[in-house]
Design a protein around this ligand. Structure first.
Ligand SMILES: C[S@@+](CC[C@H](N)C(=O)[O-])C[C@H]1O[C@@H](n2cnc3c(N)ncnc32)[C@H](O)[C@@H]1O
Length: 314
């Protein structure tokens, strides 16, 4: 079962109180959602949580687990991408909300699913789609992408020294036959990295390649950019946006986006006077990212790389 990360800190920064409408844009297993629901009070008191997830399986499980809250109208669940937030709210007859939570990446249920191909620990087809109705799988990416694009993808997620060799090994292997399963890919990755190097690594040698493929298959970074863009206009004045990232590419997008929203000028630094007329739209609540306590990190390995950032709409 997925253990929600930084739960106490999410409540502290999102500050849900009775009567608010909050969006949990990455509903997952609903751990954060359950904690938020407790703070929102009953439907009579006006509290409402809108739960979004792009994974139909997550929505399906949540529909059963949160039946009482759904029946009472306290929880509305929508299968969608968070970049589609404006449409989701419009369909529900709302324009703005009091808070939005985004907890990026995948849940433990998705990662440990023996059929999704997100983990190198299980033999499974190289699928990796968070929404199985989309048609681009990791197997197709490995079949179609040119070598230089594979190399830059692996390099971008931190596979710095062996990105080129892994990309070359993939291209060589696909000339001989298909790469369709997780264990076939692990074997190709291993063939590209000398055994003594593999033995010295803290992480499994396939970790970063699998992460890169998942990010690319699901367009995760583009989704974060679009999702943040969609979240800002959806916040009431005083409304808060809380984002939790798990790797630096995600956190960089959040950090830079929040900085530009908080800035009174986004002109290039060499311009003598401001011509952009940009005005600050948020207050940054976390000058430094909030990270899990030592005890949370030791009890939940997934939490170790988490960084929480939050802003308040002016
Ligand atoms: C880390 S889990 C969230 C866990 C959740 N906060 C909890 O406490 O159980 C991330 C979830 O976000 C979903 N997700 C990822 N990208 C998404 C997107 N662009 N739009 C909506 N949901 C997304 C995934 O399907 C996954 O269920």
């Amino acid at each position: 079962m997925h253990v929600s990360v930084l739960k106490k800190e999410v409540l502290e920064y999102l500050r849900p109180v009775v009567g608010m409408t909050i969006v949990d844009a990455t509903f997952g297993a609903g751990g954060h959602a359950a904690a938020i629901l407790e703070k929102l009070g009953s439907t009579k008191e006006g509290g409402r949580l809108i739960g979004i997830d792009r994974d139909p399986a997550a929505i399906d499980v949540a529909t059963h687990r949160f039946k009482k809250e759904i029946d009472s109208g306290q929880l509305l669940l929508v299968q969608a991408r968070f970049s589609e937030l404006a449409n989701v709210l419009q369909d529900l007859g709302r324009e703005k909300v009091d808070g939005i939570l985004m907890d990026f990446g995948v849940s433990s249920e998705q990662l440990l699913s023996p059929t999704r191909g997100l983990s190198f620990q299980y033999t499974a087809p190289l699928d990796m789609r968070l929404d199985p109705r989309e048609d681009f799988t990791a197997a197709r990416l490995l079949k179609e992408w040119p070598e230089h694009e594979l190399r830059s993808l692996f390099f971008s997620v931190g596979e710095k020294s062996y990105a080129g060799r892994i990309a070359r090994a993939i291209v060589r292997r696909r000339g001989e036959g298909k790469i369709e399963t997780t264990d076939q890919l692990v074997e190709v990755i291993k063939s590209a990295i000398p055994a003594p190097v593999r033995a010295k690594r803290h992480l499994h040698s396939a970790t970063k390649v699998f992460l890169g493929l998942r990010i690319a298959v699901n367009h995760e970074l583009e989704e974060i950019e679009r999702g943040l863009k969609a979240a800002l206009p959806a916040l009431e004045p005083g409304g808060r946006l809380v984002a939790i990232s798990f790797q630096s590419l995600e956190d960089q997008i959040v950090k830079q986006t929040f900085r530009s929203w908080a800035s009174d000028c986004v002109c290039p630094p060499d311009l003598p006077i401001c011509v952009c007329k940009h005005r600050s739209m948020v207050k940054i609540l976390t000058r430094q990212p909030i990270v899990p306590s030592a005890s949370e990190s030791s009890s939940n390995a997934r939490a170790r790389s988490a960084k929480l950032r939050a802003v308040e709409r002016l």
